[in-house]
Design a protein. Sequence first.
Length: 133
Amino acid sequence: MRQITKIRTVAAALILGALSACAATNDSTALPSEEFLFRSDAGRLAGTYNPLGFFAAEVPTYLGAACRGGKVTGYAETAQPDGRTVSFAASCAEGPLYPRGGVYEVEKRIDGSVLVAGTTGNGDGLIRTENEY
């Protein structure tokens, strides 16, 4: 009985050690490279993305999903000190599609296409929008 307890204790310690090692290498502050979120507030757009998954030149295209005419202006970005994320800001060139603003998720799919899904309000309730690129 005592030997079984020792074996269980050693096995539990090994498993716990392995899980701790995995947790130590998985930095939860890093954003997934294949998706990012941005907010729209009265035509001002802001968010953060992981440059491992997106190029700076393509981000404004996806931000256009929140804008009338699909165009943004004043796009600017700043690399964050962690070296893993880039913050951005822009404005809708022709005004926001939905003045109340909302939250948008940009997701790069396995086939290379990109889905921009937004949740926004129009005064009567919530609207779910989807744009594919």
